[in-house]
Design a binder for this molecule. Structure first.
Ligand code: FAD
Length: 475
């Protein structure tokens, strides 16, 4: 059996994304020795964080890249609304307040910000965008961590912990035991564990396993190994395993790491049909940033877990185009053929929709008065007839972003066993996001939670480790 160097590490950080790096940096700044274990090889380091673009920040006055104001109360109300109240107010407000001050610290570690991109998400007031995206952010954090003396190991998937009555003793990577005085777990959700997704989503009435047809939008390394281990070790859990952030992506998206550019953002500008060429939901229910995260689930509920987003020439230039061009034709019949849909059924669906459109003043920036009448399901806004060639269509499938099941924490981000917080085992990021985000989503809050609780967990782990070190030296 090999052993990690002779000296005991103060703080062991498990994971290599935003939450882990924030914890490692803060623990090191507090004077602790830190070892970070990343399951991925170096080239794939950074987890889902490397796919992100922004974080949501409260601010009481315009601040560098953020316009107007976004006060604590408004952020809290937004969170309360999207979660339907399934959130812990104390922890949520803690993350919100942290978001007002974290950017100076982030800059210190090499993260740069840029004004919000224009496009389908209107976020210049609420979200600070990372220059170069999440990949640049994690690269900056790795550089800073290395410069500060954080030891980093890649290809180091932890498969279990050694615990003693709620106290962390060591982590195991295969046959290697790595002891530390304190530990922060930040190894993401279980979104890339197909078997667990299958279990959570079950089988539908047609005998299909919907999860078999999901694309994983982010890393392949978030397999929920430690989540499952902690569940079985009796840790207190939060969140529903069947809940996930799931969007409609291009059906040609790769199985892993398709990231942001495979999202299809023209749903509200046209109609969506299933493989029987039937519409199944109101495409114009609300603004796209508030609705995009329900379309993964809606498509997952359709036969074969496929949908087809259909637009005409009028939609061009009104949405961020996906990376792959869509199918294109000058006639509806031609488009149906290209998409493999029944021509007659497809043309009927489009004609019925066109006939039901009551066009008022089209305005994609407000909930306008263009709607359908006498059609089920209705399209309640932005309903314009699909009548101007070329017609375009994108095949869709569900793309899972992250899962909601996590570990229960307190304001110190400590893991709980039977209601009692551990004194040296902490957790951050997606592994505990369910405390704040029981369901639903509002753009940028994943990185807000990871940054806030990563920094908290790192600070408390360092304090626990250094205190233990002092006691050990005095004994
Ligand atoms: C395409 C996409 C776009 C997104 N855009 C945004 C956005 O713009 N803003 C936003 O706020 N959120 C966004 N999110 C959500 C965001 O990615 C997460 O909320 C956030 O990255 C979670 O950070 P984390 O550190 O907890 O997890 P991750 O960044 O996923 O890191 C988990 C890490 O743990 C490692 N790991 C896993 N298992 C083990 C193990 N057993 N041992 C050791 N290491 C392990 C992984 O390799 C990985 O490095 C997006 C997600 C995706 C997929």
């Amino acid at each position: 059996m090999k052993h990690e160097a002779n000296r005991t590490v103060d703080v062991l950080v498990i994971g290599g994304g935003n939450a882990a790096l924030c914890a490692a940096l803060v623990a090191r700044e507090a004077g602790a020795s830190v070892l970070l274990l990343e399951a991925a090889p170096r080239a794939w380091r950074g987890g889902n964080s490397s796919h992100t673009r922004n974080l949501r920040c409260m601010h009481d006055a315009p601040q560098d890249v953020l316009t107007e104001v976004y006060p604590e109360e408004e952020f809290w109300q937004d969170l309360k609304k999207v979660t339907g109240g399934i959130t812990d107010e104390k922890l949520a407000r803690l993350a919100i307040r942290e978001s007002s001050t974290c950017r100076d610290w982030m800059r210190k570690h090499g993260v740069h910000f840029q004004p919000s991109l224009s496009g389908t998400l209107h976020l210049s007031r609420t979200n600070a965008f990372f220059m170069g995206g999440g990949k640049a952010l994690v690269n900056a954090y790795y550089r800073s961590a290395e410069a500060l003396g954080v030891r980093i190991r890649y290809d180091a998937p932890v498969d279990r912990l050694e615990l003693d009555n709620g106290t962390f003793c060591a982590a195991w990577v295969g046959t290697e035991r790595i002891a530390a005085r304190a530990c922060v777990m930040a190894s993401g959700g279980f979104e890339s564990n197909r078997e667990w997704l299958r279990e959570a989503w079950g089988q539908n009435a047609d005998g299909e396993w919907p999860a078999d047809n999901f694309a994983i939008r982010g890393t392949r390394f978030n397999r929920g190994v430690l989540l499952k281990f902690m569940m079985e070790a009796g840790a207190d859990m939060v969140g529903d395993p069947s809940q996930s952030h799931c969007v409609a992506v291009d059906a040609r998206a790769p199985l892993y790491d398709g990231g942001i550019c495979t999202r299809i953002d023209c749903v509200s500008l046209g109609i969506v049909v299933n493989r029987h060429a039937q519409r199944f939901y109101d495409e114009g229910e609300d603004f796209w940033p508030k609705r995009y995260a329900i379309w993964g689930r809606l498509v997952a509920q359709q036969p074969g877990q496929v949908g087809y987003s259909i637009i005409d020439a009028k939609a061009s230039g009104r949405f961020m185009p996906p990376v792959f061009p869509g199918a294109q034709a000058d006639t509806l019949e031609g488009l149906a053929r290209q998409l493999g849909l029944d021509e007659a059924a497809f043309v009927r669906t489009v004609r019925d929709y066109n006939a039901a459109c009551r066009v008022g003043r089209f305005d994609h920036t407000v909930l306008d008065d263009c709607h359908t009448e006498g059609l089920a399901p209705a399209k309640t806004h932005w309903a314009l007839p699909i009548d101007t060639p070329p017609f375009r269509g994108y095949a869709l499938k569900p793309g899972i972003t992250f899962t909601y099941l996590g570990l229960k924490v307190n304001e110190r981000s400590a893991v709980h066993f039977g209601g009692r917080p551990s004194h040296n085992l902490f957790v951050a990021g997606e592994m505990m996001a369910g405390n704040v985000l029981g369901k639903g989503y509002t753009a940028g809050v994943g990185m807000t939670i990871g940054t806030a609780f990563g920094r908290l967990a790192g600070a408390h782990a360092a304090a626990a480790a250094l205190q233990q070190g002092v006691e050990h030296a005095a004994a």
